[in-house]
Design a protein around this ligand. Structure first.
Ligand code: FES
Ligand code: FES
Length: 165
């Protein structure tokens, strides 16, 4: 039996795409396979590790828990969309690089997206909120300290240092 395909419109990193996907195609698989955006990583594939996090209409979502058809009409941001205008590292990516917030890098795109959502807020989240948001991601390498430092660097650049507030 031929699988039914569903026309799905996604705006990914500012570029409009129309894909034809099976009803059960995960958003993560759609991004990686159909659109070639392999910066979004798949780890656990059941909503635990956070590696697959992308922004859907500005909110962090686990793309392994969402069907592509459910995102029809949405604006998606992936780590590829977090680059600077000149194509270099964007502020969150640079903070992770400068603060050694990664080792193997498998978890990093997910952390980058959660931090990106935090710097796009109207107000700086307090340290407990930052810790809580980062706790939704698993990293098997770094021990998390440098990830916290990187997140705070990105927040400092966006909002000014905590002392100055
Ligand atoms: S791959 Fe989606 S949460 Fe782990
Ligand atoms: S840097 Fe390797 S899992 Fe986080």
């Amino acid at each position: 039996m031929t699988e039914t395909l569903h026309e799905t419109r996604l705006v990914v990193n500012g570029v409009a795409h129309t894909v034809r996907v099976p009803a059960r195609r995960l958003l993560a698989d759609c991004l990686r396979r159909d659109l070639g955006l392999t910066g979004t990583h798949l780890g656990c594939e059941h909503g635990v590790c956070g590696a697959c996090t992308v922004l859907v209409d500005g909110a962090p979502m686990r793309s392994c828990l969402m069907f592509a058809v459910s995102a029809d009409g949405a604006e998606i941001t992936t780590t590829e969309g977090c680059r600077a205008l000149d194509g270099g590292l964007g502020p969150v990516q640079r903070a992770f690089h400068e603060q050694h917030g990664m080792q193997c890098g498998f978890c990093t795109p997910g952390f980058v997206m959660t931090c990106t959502a935090m710097i796009e807020r109207a107000q700086r989240p307090d340290q407990d909120v930052v810790a809580d948001e980062l706790s939704g991601h698993l990293c098997r390498c770094t021990g998390y300290r440098n990830i916290r430092v990187a997140a705070e660097q990105a927040l400092d650049e966006r909002f000014g240092t905590r002392e100055a507030q």
